[in-house]
Ligand binder design. Structure first.
Ligand code: GTP
Ligand code: MG
Length: 528
């Protein structure tokens, strides 16, 4: 079973050195990391254990300023390797990282006391007691990256702990939170991350969220080795041809199409560490975004996000405001805007909540799935609609006013259109051309009233009578011969048409407010 182990611990306590001693790989890649002697970004290395278990190691930075990076690295790991300098003991980020691991629901792990070569046995024993108290239930192993002492014991202890981990959701939808992307010559953009659920294989179609872009997987690697399919829990590199590097960043998510959707709101149960301010930074997967916390009682909150996340029920998130202030577990990854305690309680009991719109406390609520279904239905209607007027009537329902703004469609008058949609002739191009040919001074019958209205809006004809049309030029010519007090007979002679035709023109002039009928004559109305 593929598992990922993540380091944790205070700056300089020897995380990277220990990972290198275990794996042979120095995970500090950046020149600045070597220059400053600290880790800044996440590092990755494979670790083969004596019993055949293969682990992926994520090495995180300990610096206080990079806790956000630590959270991105720690989300998605299965077990921790908490590193404590035997001479220094637990320090602020030892505690903060440990709190974050707990909030993320990562229960299993090992504590490594490092730099054992630098302390006497009494100090080491003290450090061991402190560690056992700090992380009850986790085995503590004294090590030295310098001498290699304790490394074999650490390996076998990691294997024992790994055996206890029950892995998540191999059958769920493919979901990979991207922690790195880079470009390889001849291959294109590669995204890496831990596969939270499902599997990803060559040729799979995925969506990059929250950007909403479809991509096709060209190839998949696990620790630099090509595989046919990568499974949940593995660290995966997927190459995505046709994607620019800047279109894919840490925080983005690759998901199976039609499964998880981006959401600007999360309903959560809170695990506060202290006071939670109303504005926090939300860490979910490898993403972080500013969010407002709308509390509902002591236990629940709706998080309203500045940028959307792709979450699922049961996901663990971390709330920070300068320091880590709380954790939270997602109850509803795409709730409507609300703060009703009853809804939270029902969600936690596992009740499926409103689907179709229902009025709760004076507010309309509905599920994201229901909204998607409605949108899909309306879009089908739009696809079937006359291309000359590619819209559908606004649903006639009580909830209409509340729901319509959430559809992402454009409201024009009483109809909904795709944003920016314009009328098109479609299959009627030929009919329109034939009509243009036939139009003149004498009215011609136009059976297709939609077409007539469309061409009139475009200024290509003028409708007269019931189902007839004349050319725009003819209309203008008729208008030009109008004089104040003109009779039907005079107009007929001036235009050189029959009585019936003259009648149709004058009626249209009346309708357009050009003329007004007074007895047997037309008076010209002043232009508005
Ligand atoms: N003597 C001795 N020195 C060690 C040992 N492990 C690490 N060091 C030294 O301690 C310093 C910090 O080690 P790192 O592995 O970079 O520490 P880190 O925890 O990764 O630090 P950040 O990533 O910046 O949080 C380096 O100078 C290491 O050489 C050890 O077992 N013995
Ligand atoms: Mg380091």
């Amino acid at each position: 079973m593929p598992l990922t182990v993540g380091t944790a611990g205070h700056i300089d306590h020897g995380k990277t050195a220990l990972v290198e001693a275990l794996t042979g790989k120095n995970t500090d890649r950046l020149p600045e990391e070597h220059a400053r002697g600290i880790s800044i970004d996440l590092g990755y290395a494979p670790l083969e254990l004596p019993d055949g278990t293969s682990l992926s190691v994520v090495d995180v930075p300990g610096h206080e300023r990079f806790v956000r990076t630590m959270v991105a690295g720690a989300s998605g790991i299965d077990l921790f390797l908490l590193v404590i300098d035997a001479g220094e003991g637990a320090r602020p980020q030892t505690h903060e990282h440990l709190a974050i691991l707990r909030l993320l629901g990562i229960e299993h792990g090992v504590v490594a006391l490092t730099k054992a070569d630098l302390v006497d046995s009494e100090t080491l024993e003290l450090a061991r007691l402190e560690a056992e108290e700090l992380v009850p239930g986790a085995p503590v192993v004294a090590t030295s990256a310098r001498t290699g002492a304790g490394l074999d014991e650490l390996r076998s202890t990691l294997a024992q702990v790994a055996a206890q981990v029950t892995r998540h959701d191999a059958d769920g939808p493919a979901r990979l939170h991207v922690d790195r992307s880079f470009t390889l010559r001849g291959i294109g953009t590669v995204a890496t991350g831990t596969l939270w659920s499902g599997s990803i294989g060559e040729g799979d179609e995925l969506r990059v969220e929250p950007r909403g872009r479809s991509v096709r997987v060209r190839s998949v690697q696990v620790h630099d080795r090509p595989v046919e399919r990568a499974e949940a829990g593995q660290r995966v590199a997927v190459s995505l041809p046709g994607v620019e590097r800047q279109e894919l960043r840490r925080g983005d998510v690759l998901v199976a199409p039609g499964t998880l959707r981006p959401s600007f709101r999360l309903d959560v149960t809170l695990e506060p560490l202290g006071e939670i301010p109303p504005r926090i930074t939300l860490h979910h997967g490898t993403s972080e975004t500013v969010a407002r916390v709308a509390r509902a009682g002591d236990r629940y909150a709706q998080l309203r996000l500045a940028r959307p996340v792709v979450a699922a029920r049961g996901d663990h998130v971390v709330l920070r405001a300068g320091t880590t202030v709380a954790g939270a577990v997602v109850l509803d990854p795409a709730p409507p805007r609300h703060a009703g305690l009853a809804r939270f309680e029902a969600l936690e009991r596992g009740e499926t909540f409103v689907h179709a719109p229902a009025r709760v406390d004076g507010e309309w609520l509905w599920s994201a799935e229901w909204l998607d279904e409605l949108r899909a239905e309306l879009e089908r209607g739009i696809d079937d609609a006359d291309p000359l007027d590619p819209g559908v009537p606004v649903p006639a329902a009580e909830w209409s006013k509340a729901v319509v703004p959430h559809l992402g469609l454009e409201l024009r008058g009483a109809k909904l259109y795709r944003p920016g949609a314009s009328a098109e002739l479609g299959a009627r191009k030929e009919a329109a051309a034939a009509l243009a040919e036939a139009l003149g001074v004498e009215p011609v019958r136009v059976a297709d009233t939609q077409l007539a209205r469309f061409l009139e809006e475009q200024g290509r004809l003028v409708r007269v009578g019931d189902g007839f049309a004349i050319s725009r030029e003819a209309y203008e010519r008729g208008r030009a011969v109008l004089v104040d007090g003109i009779t039907l007979a005079q107009f007929r002679d001036a235009l050189g048409v029959g009585r019936k035709t003259a009648q149709l023109y004058l009626e249209r002039f009346d309708a357009d407010g050009v003329t007004r009928r007074v007895g047997d004559t037309r008076v010209l109305r002043r232009r508005r």
